[in-house]
Design a protein around this ligand. Structure first.
Ligand code: MIC
Ligand code: SF4
Length: 645
């Protein structure tokens, strides 16, 4: 008899190319769909081009433009043109700026239960809301998948999140994921996939499930997935795609590595306080404290239901004087329906500022709040400085809490508003998105590259002795926003590694790039969960360009660790936590015969200031070979022909 399987095992085993789904082993899986966004996409497509494959070999690949749309100079516009032409030539669908945020659009237009999706954005797990195994990765991994190569991942353990009960009025999906962050923390999901199940699931619509799987990224997990049921069918039908629906649920008797129970009826409106998404408290605890800015949108909370809820709260009310409310619908479809239904007029009349359907302030592209202010956002990340204002405190909450607080001008528990609005979603919202299909005559498409699109830097193979100074020592939970900041000033440089490298660790230590260059590169030392947050491979590429050859920490976040490997930076772990305390910036660390040691085993003997230093690595043999070759592109060239279907 066939063994009972959970949803994760079902999808992974039907896509398995090599390896076994047992924790500790490395899996290779086939990727059905890919997505990229513009801030990671240009590099991704340059890498795809470097592989010399004429057309993508996936079932579907989509290139979205949603991050970098300020176009304050030629750079972004040039990137958009490059992305449009590259998509057309290489067999990729293209979503121009203004269409919406990649994750929201992918859910509406392309997501399908049972498929695998790899995206060059850490919130790709949004697709788990529709029953996909959707994983965030660096652009190079996505380029390999587009070229038909497998995606490698450490076999995750599966955490079953059993949902019971039903959300009470004014409590919404955002509060569910904030509750999980409160319980599990930003490190709690590392090495896990969360699979949702139980009687509470049916009470959540696909966009609500997607809010939960989206922000699951903040738990550090590989991804999160919901079953595909009647609610999924209902959503896909409303999107005109019911033919792509299929049911998907765990077999009875399916096993899990761990289970937690969340009683939806017990959850209350929550808020994540600065500067971490797991710093969670009930809104009621903050009630009455002034709020300077409120922002409603982002890939976490920009669905039609979220927007209609905000509009219903704003109806016949006005935004408090002195509080700035900005609203970004998630897609053109959502915006069109808001316009059709009159909800947009309600928002405008209430005093809201309506922005484009893009990431916008979530990634510091405009709308930076004032000095020392409080900004309350329905987004997913509140890392220090991410809003563009270093001294501002970012708080994360649901659309209900955000709209209620915008009206009051102070943190407000939405339950204080009395009867909740009844939101009725249309059966078939308008579909005005302009997604361009690839060209039927790809040979005729000429790709134009603007002057800011610089060639990929080349990496050199691992030297015999890896030695260098500790260029910087940082603490725990360092995010990719610390390593490679984004925002309106730096994001336009994503296609130009020499230029963006000048901003590495800018907010932590502005001297870092010049010191790294002066010393001829070196080593970075950090604490646990190093590199949490985004999938931006620039957080590895740019340090590699500055000569960083190793990062030594207590533990890594998954995507960043993979990006370090892809760009030939050796990720090492302190064997003894006390050594981390002792090491100082400026110490010289040397690893003799690094290749020989890597080939021998997990232990790496180093010297720090002449004294022995015990380190270890957890690289698979494939990753070890990539590091030795000086990164994945070099390795792929060496093993050419392996990226064939
Ligand atoms: C983010 O939310 O930090 C981003 C911007 O979407 C990143 C991708 C990037 O840096 O381009 C992510 O989450 O992966
Ligand atoms: Fe865009 Fe923000 Fe979502 Fe990242 S988290 S994809 S910046 S909306």
């Amino acid at each position: 008899m066939k063994k009972s399987q959970n949803i994760v095992q079902k999808i992974l085993s039907s896509h398995l190319i090599s390896g076994a789904i047992t924790p500790g082993s490395e899996l290779a899986i086939r990727i059905d769909q890919t997505l990229t966004q513009d801030a990671t996409g240009t590099m991704g497509y340059l890498q795809f081009e470097a592989m010399g494959v004429p057309r993508v070999r996936t079932e579907l690949s989509v290139s979205y433009v949603d991050h970098n749309t300020l176009q304050s100079g030629f750079q972004n516009a040039d990137d958009h043109r490059f992305l449009r032409l590259a998509a057309s030539k290489y067999g990729i669908f293209f979503s121009p700026p203004g269409n919406g945020i990649c994750h929201q659009l992918h859910l509406e237009r392309f997501g399908a239960p049972g498929k695998t999706l790899l995206g060059s954005d850490s919130h790709t797990p949004t697709g788990g809301g529709i029953g996909m195994i959707a994983i965030g990765a660096g652009g190079l991994d996505v380029a390999v998948a587009m070229a038909g190569g497998p995606f490698f991942l450490a076999a995750p353990r599966v955490l079953r999140v059993t949902l019971k009960g039903k959300l009470r009025p004014w409590v919404s999906a955002k509060d569910v994921i904030l509750e999980l962050l409160r319980r599990l923390t930003v490190r709690g999901g590392v090495g896990w996939i969360l699979e949702y199940g139980g009687p509470g699931v049916a009470s959540l619509s696909v966009p609500e499930r997607a809010t939960i799987t989206n922000m699951g990224a903040e738990l550090g997990c590989t991804t999160s997935v919901f079953p595909s049921d009647d609610r999924t069918r209902e959503f896909m039908k409303s999107m005109g795609r019911v033919a792509a629906w299929q049911p998907l649920e765990a077999d009875s008797g399916a096993e899990y590595d761990r289970e937690i129970i969340v009683n939806l009826s017990d959850i209350e409106p929550l808020v994540a306080k600065p500067h971490s998404p797991d710093n969670v408290a009930p809104v009621s605890e903050l009630a009455g404290r002034a709020v300077d800015q409120v922002a409603i949108g982002s890939c976490t909370n920009s669905s039609l239901k979220d927007m209609l809820t905000a509009a219903a709260i704003l109806k016949n009310r006005r935004v408090a004087p002195g509080t700035d409310l900005v609203i970004l619908p998630g897609s053109r479809q959502v915006l069109a329906e808001l316009a059709r239904s009159g909800a947009l007029a309600t928002m405008v009349a209430a005093g809201a500022r309506i922005l484009e359907c893009v990431c916008g302030p979530c990634i510091g592209m405009g709308m930076a709040p004032p000095t020392d202010s409080v900004t309350l956002r329905t987004f997913n990340r509140n890392f220090e400085g991410r809003s563009g204002t270093a001294s501002a405190g970012i708080y994360l909450c649901s659309p209900e809490t955000a709209a209620a607080s915008a009206v009051a001008g102070v943190f407000t528990d939405p339950r204080s508003l009395g009867r909740p609005p009844r939101i009725v979603l249309p059966d078939a919202p308008p579909q005005p998105d302009t997604i361009l299909p690839p060209s039927k005559k790809p040979e005729a498409v000429k790709i134009v590259r603007g002057p800011n699109i610089k060639p990929l830097p080349k990496n050199t193979p691992m030297p015999v002795e890896l030695a260098g100074e500790v260029l910087l020592k940082v603490g725990d939970n360092i995010t990719t926003d610390h390593i490679m900041p984004a925002g309106a000033r730096i994001l336009p440089l994503r296609s130009n590694i020499p230029a963006i490298a000048e901003h590495v660790f800018e907010a932590v230590d502005s001297e870092f790039p010049s010191r790294a260059k002066k010393k001829g590169g070196g080593i970075v030392v950090g604490g646990s969960n190093y590199g949490q947050g985004s999938s931006r491979e620039h957080a590895a590429l740019a340090p590699a360009y500055l000569g960083v050859r190793a990062v030594i920490v207590a533990s890594f976040a998954r995507i960043h660790r993979a990006n370090l490997v892809n760009f030939g930076i050796l990720p090492l772990i302190f064997e003894n936590p006390k050594d981390l305390i002792k090491i100082k910036q400026g110490d010289r660390i040397a690893i003799q015969d690094v290749k020989g040691q890597l080939l021998k085993g997990e232990k790496i003997a180093a010297k720090a200031g002449g004294k022995p230093l015990a380190l270890r690595h957890d690289l698979t043999s494939r990753e070890r070979d990539i590091i030795i070759a000086g990164g994945l592109l070099n390795y792929t060239k060496k093993t050419a022909g392996k990226i064939k279907k």
